[in-house]
Design a protein around this ligand. Structure first.
Ligand code: B12
Ligand code: SF4
Length: 413
């Protein structure tokens, strides 16, 4: 089967480098299928152009990926492809956020036959096999053997054959300038900016960003070996084409390195990989249970205070302790158990001081949200210990009734 992967342009600005997803899915396609790539940023097309191209090439499946900014164009090309009888599968961040839209389940038109939710590294080969067998399903989600949503490991990252791929459409040197390059003293005629991944995932969960929801809040790394292998492929390309290749590390830590690569560069230049891996290590935060032992015990003598407003997931001990003082007007050294909720409502953090130092525990739900959270005009609200325990299990505290307190026990001295 012939497959066309199409990345739409946004009609306003141009991307300065190709999108990685196309090359990744191309590498993950089983042999026996041919994958062609069109990036609208480098080959601007009307809505009908990709369809004409697909017909001329005998394409059996069109795959379209888009951020929200390009989604209108993506849908128009998808509509035109389906109208011409070509099956369409869509994926990427926008479709994952609003899957009903692409399937026409929200009352609008239906641009896609099938959608790939989340990371498609493992679902793509299935999509291709199903499409080739005429059995395309509507929704493809990465799940484990228990049906739980699953983020693929990057340990077996597929080799992207940069050294031999047709990258002509991504050459940043305009055609009319190429013949002049040698006169200008530059012995090369191509310049490619190539995206490379070092890892996926971000622990911060900023409210406005899709990355933590999409890639998860723990960071999955590729092996150094596989990154170096990819860099060496690029180096081979730079050598054989007498071109220049620059590398753009796309990862979710916003630690991007652009490495300008001269054809004669030595392997020593690969060392930024070490820097990236080191810089990207995040300190793990202890959970409420470590090796089966409770590290924060919540007893009937303890006072539990829940912060009403959600907090930024990046806050650590010092910032949360300051927040206790400044926003909750409470003494963080009091021994009180302070409970904070993340903005997405999928994680909580618990801070308490035990006389020697602070404990900070975090619970992140694998599925679902902390559905119930106290409401108050103040900055915090006290909870009974049994309520706090239910809250930590993401339960609905408003539905629980217990016997009233008769005589409170004091904190142990
Ligand atoms: C690098 C990058 C850029 C770079 C380069 C873009 C490029 N050419 O690659 C630059 C700086 C230019 C950029 C710009 C912008 N970006 Co940007 N960018 C990224 C970043 C960090 C990496 C993209 C990447 O390569 N990821 C790795 C690949 C492998 O992942 P992926 O693309 O998601 O693909 C996987 C799946 O989604 C799926 N998939 C994707 N497409 C398809 C298609 C099919 C058919 C299938 C089956 C599967 C599939 O399979 C892939 C493998 O699992 C992402 C964040 C991130 N970590 O992804 C943000 C991100 C994509 N950018 C984002 C945004 C908002 C922008 C801007 C609009 C910002 C702005 N306000 O200007 C602009 C838009 C640019 C434009 N031309 O319109 C958002 C998009 C959110 C959304 N709802 O769409 C993201 C997710 C970041 C975020 N904060 O949320 N960006
Ligand atoms: S730190 Fe960056 S990638 Fe992570 S959630 Fe915030 S904006 Fe997104």
């Amino acid at each position: 089967m012939k497959i066309l992967l199409y990345n739409p342009d946004n009609g306003l600005t141009q991307n300065f480098m190709p999108h990685l997803w196309m090359f990744l899915l191309q590498s993950l396609t089983s042999p026996g299928h041919e994958v062609l790539l069109i990036d609208g940023n480098t080959r601007p097309m009307t809505d009908a152009n990709p369809v004409r191209f697909a017909h001329a090439q005998g394409i059996g499946l069109v795959g379209i990926g888009a951020m929200t900014r390009m989604i209108a164009k993506a849908y128009r090309v998808a509509d035109a492809s389906r109208a011409a009888g070509i099956r369409v599968v869509m994926g990427g961040p926008h479709v994952t956020e609003v899957p009903d839209e692409a399937l026409g389940r929200n009352g609008g038109p239906r641009p896609a036959d099938a959608i790939a939710l989340g990371e498609a590294d493992e679902t793509w080969p299935r999509i291709v096999a199903d499409a080739a067998a005429g059995q395309l399903k509507e929704v493809y989600t990465p799940v484990d053997a228990f049906g739980q949503e699953w983020k693929p490991s990057l340990q077996e990252y597929p080799p992207i054959h940069w050294e031999s791929l047709d990258l002509r459409q991504f050459n940043r040197i305009p055609a009319f300038v190429r013949p002049l390059m040698s006169h200008l003293g530059y012995p090369w005629e191509t310049f490619h900016l190539i995206p490379i991944e070092s890892g996926r995932g971000c622990p911060y969960g900023c409210e406005f960003c899709t990355v933590t929801g999409f890639f998860g809040d723990s960071i999955r790394f590729r092996t150094k070996h596989s990154i170096i292998d990819e860099l060496l492929r690029l180096k081979a390309r730079a050598r054989s084409t007498k071109g220049q290749v620059a590398v753009f590390f796309v990862d979710d830590k916003h630690f991007w390195v652009i490495l300008f690569w001269a054809p004669e560069a030595s392997t020593k230049e690969v060392s930024p990989v070490d820097t990236i891996q080191e810089a990207a290590q995040y300190l793990p935060i202890g959970g409420a249970h470590a090796r089966g032992t409770r590290v924060i015990q919540i007893t009937a003598q303890m006072r539990v205070l829940v912060a009403i407003e959600p907090v930024d997931g990046r806050k650590g001990i010092d910032s949360l302790a300051r927040l206790c003082q400044e926003k909750l007007a409470e003494d963080p050294f009091s021994g009180c158990v302070f409970v904070f909720r993340s903005r997405r409502g999928t994680a909580i953090r618990i801070l308490t001081y035990d006389g020697q130092g602070y404990w900070l525990a975090q619970k992140r739900l694998s599925k679902g949200k902390f559905v119930w959270w106290p409401e108050s005009d103040g900055a915090s609200k006290p909870l009974e210990v049994y309520e706090a325990q239910l809250l930590m299990a993401a339960g609905d505290v408003s539905r629980v009734r217990a016997a009233p307190m008769w005589r409170r026990v004091n904190a142990l001295r």
